[in-house]
Design a protein around this ligand. Structure first.
Ligand SMILES: [Zn+2]
Length: 491
């Protein structure tokens, strides 16, 4: 059976149930329980000490900044923060975990009962529950590639041991790969706004595991779930989930049963592979960490962190739509990053028409950057240049066609908009008689459109404006042109 047939069949008959576990490294200067630097990319095995290596007799001391960041993230995710939480040892053996256990939190996590709002397929929105946000430490890294003898040896880099993490566990509320993608997108935005992490998936500061099961539509009981690991890019989330949903539906359809197991996503092959049968919580022999006291956060501390919460993406989006009359999609793009939204808002305050600024920024400049594969930071056009362009357009001093030509020059020569505008000073026809002549010609050449306009199709005016603008080589004064077109058509 071809893959697409399985896909459509799978989704009509079976409903996916998805929960995500996201590990996020916190941007503290030092590690969770020792004074070692918390830094990506250092020489292997240089940021280590007896505490993060778990040498006998070494004692952990909790990093206060990590607690602050974890609390900030939890509050931003609408969680209730527990005033007394408990660190626990999660015991397992792995070469990159010299201690033989990971300090984590188990039955008394830092925070619970949160949610993230995501857009729903019906155009509304949906809340995805967050079961818990708990603190833990990262393990080291096994290096299987990149050395001359990698075929026969594995190297260990223990720099990452003890890096502070939060784990964010969602409720099994997600029903489609698209929803999972939206959940992760929103989660990442919120974490970037709070600046607790750089969320860099390539460097592993944000990692996602997915619990996936399928059940016949209409059935209440969840199916057996598989955990999919190693989905290390947003691009692959959808693909990995789609693959896994189809695979499970196919197993059930052919009379088998889904095994409870951990599966690895292989992005080169676009499929998941069975890695091991899923361990149960009791396999980890969790017990309270004897070397750390309970973590107490007072109501005053929580209130203090709450006061530090920035305006979050969803709230900002709604405010920007109301304040600047932005289109929803534009507000969405602008508010996706805090820095980007800040830059836009600073510029919008000095502009005649913020909505037009958004338009020029996203469509004219953003569109060209995207086509060239450049980042915002690599744009030859400054925010002041964008405001200038929007203002000139708004005042009718340049036509949109002239603006486009000026931006073309900006990107060809790597010059700012102001520089190009001053040099080129695009010619504008402000002679009413000259424009009128062009309008008459276009009207005479398009009797059918004139008839439509006069029959009540007023939007037809745009057609005539466009035609005359073209005939004037983009040089007709837009305000005058609009006025004359309407006058002639009405007359
Ligand atoms: Zn250390």
């Amino acid at each position: 059976m071809p893959a697409t047939a399985i896909a459509s069949d799978a989704l009509t008959k079976y409903e996916p149930v998805i929960g995500l576990e996201v590990h996020v490294q916190l941007l503290t200067a030092t590690k969770a329980f020792c004074g070692c630097a918390n830094r990506f990319g250092a020489e292997p095995n240089t940021n280590i000490c007896p505490v993060c290596l778990g040498l006998p007799g070494a004692l952990p001391v909790l990093n206060a900044k990590a607690v602050e960041f974890a609390t900030l993230a939890a509050l931003a995710l609408n969680c209730q923060v527990r005033e007394r939480s408990i660190f626990a040892r999660k015991n397992y053996f792995y070469p990159d975990l010299p201690k033989g256990y990971q300090i984590s939190q188990y039955d008394r996590p830092l925070a619970e009962h949160g949610w993230i709002e995501v857009p729903a397929a019906d155009g509304g929105s949906k809340k995805i529950g967050i079961t818990r946000v708990h603190m833990e430490e990262d393990a080291g890294k096994s290096l299987h590639e990149g050395f001359a003898d990698s075929a026969t040896r594995t190297y260990l880099d223990l720099n990452r041991c003890g890096t502070p993490l939060i784990e964010i566990v969602s409720e099994p509320d997600i029903r489609t790969p698209d929803e999972a993608f939206e959940y992760l997108t929103r989660l990442k935005e919120i974490l970037l706004y709070t600046a607790v992490s750089d969320c860099n998936m390539e460097e592993g500061s944000l990692r996602c595991d997915a619990n996936v099961s399928v059940r016949p539509r209409g059935q209440e009981k969840f199916g057996t779930k598989a955990e999919v690991k190693n989905v290390n890019s947003f691009r692959f989330i959808r693909a990995a989930l789609e693959y896994e949903i189809e695979r499970q539906a196919e197993v059930i359809e052919s009379g088998g049963s889904v095994a409870q197991e951990t599966r690895l996503w292989n992005s080169n092959e676009g499929r998941t592979y069975s890695m091991r049968s899923k361990e149960q919580a009791h396999d980890y022999r969790y017990f309270p960490e004897p070397d750390l006291p309970p973590l107490i956060v007072t109501p005053e501390f929580i209130a203090g962190i709450k006061a530090k919460l920035p305006e979050l993406p969803e709230a900002r989006r709604k405010r920007m739509i109301a304040e600047y009359e932005l289109a929803e999609q534009d507000a969405h793009t602008l508010a996706a990053s805090r820095e980007f939204a800040d830059r836009f808002e600073a510029a919008a305050k000095s502009a005649r028409n913020p909505r037009r600024v958004a338009n020029v920024l996203l469509n004219e400049v953003g569109g060209r950057l995207k086509a060239l594969g450049l980042e915002q930071g690599q744009s030859p056009v400054s925010m002041a240049g964008i405001v200038l362009a929007a203002d000139l357009l708004d005042e009718g001093k340049i036509s949109s066609r002239q603006m486009k030509q000026l931006f073309d020059v900006c990107f060809e020569k790597g010059e700012d908009f102001g520089v190009v505008y001053e040099r080129e000073r695009p010619r504008q026809i402000t002679d009413a008689a000259a424009i009128e002549k062009l309008v008459d010609e276009v009207i005479a050449a398009n009797p059918r459109q004139v008839e439509q306009y006069r029959a009540g199709k007023k939007t037809m005016a745009g057609f005539f404006v466009g035609q005359v603008m073209r005939a004037s080589h983009g040089q007709a004064n837009p305000a005058l042109l609009n006025e004359l077109v309407v006058k002639k058509l009405e007359g």
